[in-house]
Design a protein around this ligand. Structure first.
Ligand code: FAD
Length: 420
C-alpha cells in the first residue's frame, strides 16, 4: 500500500472520476480538483451512454478527409468544421489529415479494441461494486442502415474489420433487425448487430462513482480552477489553483477538451479540438427500445436510458462556443423522423438540447502516459467519441503507470509526447 503517496487529478469528468477510483484502490491519497461544483455538467452526462467495442475504427480514416471537406462547408452535416483563422486548428487539421491513412487505422484499431473490451469488462465489475445502480444493459448495439447501399458499405467496412479483430458483427436484414427490436417501427434496409456492446445511464454512473469515491476517502476540491504549475527541475511541485497551490507526489491531467489550456506555462503541446455534440432526451418516448442504436447514414445515436430515450450526435469543431446551432439540432430530429416513421416534430417539442465538448485528438486516440519533460505528470485525456467507454480502462492504466507496473495495454500509440 502507498498510503503516503498523494495524487491530484485535474478535472472531474468521467475520466477523472475513474482515474480517482483506480488510484484510490491502489492506495494513493487522491484529491480531485474540479472548477465546477458537485452538481456540474460534464461531457459524459449528456452522452449516448455507449460502451462500444464496436467502435474499432478511429475518427481519422482514409475516406474522412474528402468526406470532411464535403461536409465542412455545410453546417447541417454530421461533421462540421467552422472555418476560422486559428493556428491550433490549422495544426490539428494537418495532423488529422496525416492520420487519415490505412496504415494508421490498422495500427490504431487493435488498440481501440483492447481498450474498449478491457473497459467493457471493468464496467461489469463496477456494476457489481455499485449495486447495479447505473442501469448497465448488455444488449448490444444495432447500426441501422436506411439503404441497401449503406448496409453493404457497413458490411464490407466496419463489420468486416470488427470481425477480423474478434469483435463479433452480424449483418441483419430489416426483418431480422425488427425481431431484435420489436418496440419500434423502423424504416430501414437492415443493420449490423454488435452483441458485445452495452450502454448505461451516464448521470447515474457518475453519481454512483462519486459515492464510492467518497467512501474510499477521495477528497473533492470543487469550484477550484487550475491555472498554472510550480515546477522544480523536471518535476511538478504544485498545481496552482484558485484555492491556492496544491502539493502532491503525482498529477493527472484529466481536463477533457480543456486539457491543453490546463497545461499553461509548461510549454507542453497536446493538439486537441473541442468536438461539440448535442443530445435530446425524450422523458416519455413512444418508442420502446432495448438496445442502443446508430442511425448510420445520419450519424445519430439513440439510447434507451431508464424510462427515457436519448438522441445524440453531430461533431462540430467550432471551439468552446456556447452557441446552439438550431440547424444541427434539427438534423438530429430529422434523422429520428426518417428512421422511425412513428416520430414527429411534436415528440421533440419543448425538449432543451444539451451540448458537450468531446476532447478530440488528431488521430482519434487518447493521450495516456507520462510527459517526458515532467516525470510526475500523466495525461488521461483526448478520448474523443469514446471517453465514456474508455474511462475505466484509462483509470486502471493510469494506476498501472503510477504504480510502476507494465501497463496491461500497450500505450505506445497513446504517448502524450507523440506530437511534441
Ligand atoms: C453528444 C455526445 C455523445 C457522446 N456519446 C458517447 C458514448 O456513447 N460513448 C462514449 O464512450 N463517449 C461518448 N461521448 C464522448 C464522451 O462523452 C467524452 O469523451 C468524455 O465524456 C470525456 O470525458 P473527460 O473526463 O475526458 O472530459 P470532460 O467531461 O470534459 O471533463 C473535464 C473536466 O475538467 C474540468 N475542467 C476543465 N478545465 C478545468 C480547470 N482549468 N480546472 C479545473 N477543472 C477543469 C471540466 O469542468 C470538466 O468537468 C459523447 C460525447 C458527446 C458530446
Amino acid at each position: 500500500m502507498r498510503q503516503s503517496k498523494s495524487v491530484i487529478i485535474c478535472g472531474g469528468g468521467i475520466v477523472g472520476l475513474c482515474s480517482a477510483y483506480y488510484l484510490a484502490r491502489e492506495g494513493y491519497a487522491v484529491t480531485l480538483v474540479e472548477r465546477n461544483g458537485a452538481d456540474r455538467d460534464h461531457c459524459a452526462l449528456g452522452s449516448a451512454g455507449y460502451i462500444s467495442p464496436s467502435h474499432v475504427i478511429p475518427l481519422a480514416t482514409p475516406g474522412m478527409v474528402w468526406q470532411g471537406l464535403k461536409w465542412m462547408t455545410n453546417s447541417r452535416s454530421p461533421f462540421y468544421i467552422k472555418p476560422r483563422l486559428d493556428g491550433e486548428l490549422m495544426r490539428w487539421s494537418w495532423l488529422f489529415w496525416r492520420a487519415c491513412n490505412r496504415a494508421q487505422v490498422q495500427r490504431a484499431a487493435p488498440i481501440l479494441r483492447d481498450l474498449c473490451l478491457g473497459s467493457r469488462k471493468l464496467y461489469e465489475e463496477l456494476d457489481d461494486i455499485t449495486g447495479n445502480t447505473f442501469e448497465l444493459k448488455k444488449e448490444g448495439l444495432l447500426n441501422l442502415c436506411r439503404t441497401q447501399e449503406g448496409l453493404d458499405h457497413e458490411a464490407h467496412g466496419l463489420a468486416r474489420i470488427a470481425n477480423e479483430l474478434g469483435v463479433e458483427a452480424r449483418v441483419l436484414n430489416a426483418r431480422q433487425t425488427a425481431e431484435l427490436e420489436p418496440g419500434a417501427r423502423m424504416d430501414i434496409a437492415g443493420s449490423v448487430y454488435f452483441p458485445i456492446d452495452a450502454h448505461l445511464t451516464p448521470w447515474r454512473f457518475a453519481g454512483a462513482m462519486t459515492s464510492v469515491l467518497k467512501e474510499m476517502g477521495v477528497r473533492f476540491q470543487w469550484n477550484t480552477t487550475v491555472f498554472g504549475w510550480r515546477t522544480e527541475g523536471r518535476r511538478i511541485a504544485a498545481v496552482q489553483t484558485t484555492s491556492g497551490d496544491l502539493l502532491a507526489d503525482e498529477f493527472v491531467l484529466a481536463g477533457g477538451s480543456w486539457a491543453p489550456a490546463m497545461l499553461a506555462g509548461l510549454n507542453l503541446r497536446l493538439p486537441m479540438q473541442a468536438g461539440k455534440g448535442y443530445s435530446l432526451t425524450l422523458p416519455k418516448p413512444r418508442l420502446h427500445l432495448t438496445k442502443s442504436l446508430i442511425l448510420t447514414e445520419r450519424r445519430v445515436a439513440v439510447t434507451p436510458m431508464g424510462d427515457t430515450l436519448r438522441f445524440g450526435g453531430t461533431m462540430e469543431i467550432s471551439g468552446h462556443s456556447n452557441f446552439v446551432r438550431p440547424e444541427r439540432v434539427e438534423q438530429i430530429i430529422a434523422a429520428a423522423r426518417i428512421y422511425f416513421p412513428e416520430l414527429s416534430d411534436a415528440d421533440f417539442a419543448g425538449i432543451k438540447p444539451w451540448f458537450g465538448y468531446r476532447p478530440v485528438s488528431p488521430d482519434g486516440l487518447p493521450y495516456l502516459g507520462r510527459f517526458n519533460r515532467y516525470g510526475n505528470l500523466t495525461a488521461a485525456c483526448g478520448h474523443a467519441m469514446l471517453g465514456l467507454t474508455m474511462a475505466p480502462i484509462s483509470g486502471l492504466l493510469v494506476a498501472d503507470l503510477l504504480a510502476g507496473r507494465k501497463p496491461r495495454v500497450d500505450l505506445g500509440l497513446l504517448n502524450p509526447n507523440r506530437y511534441a
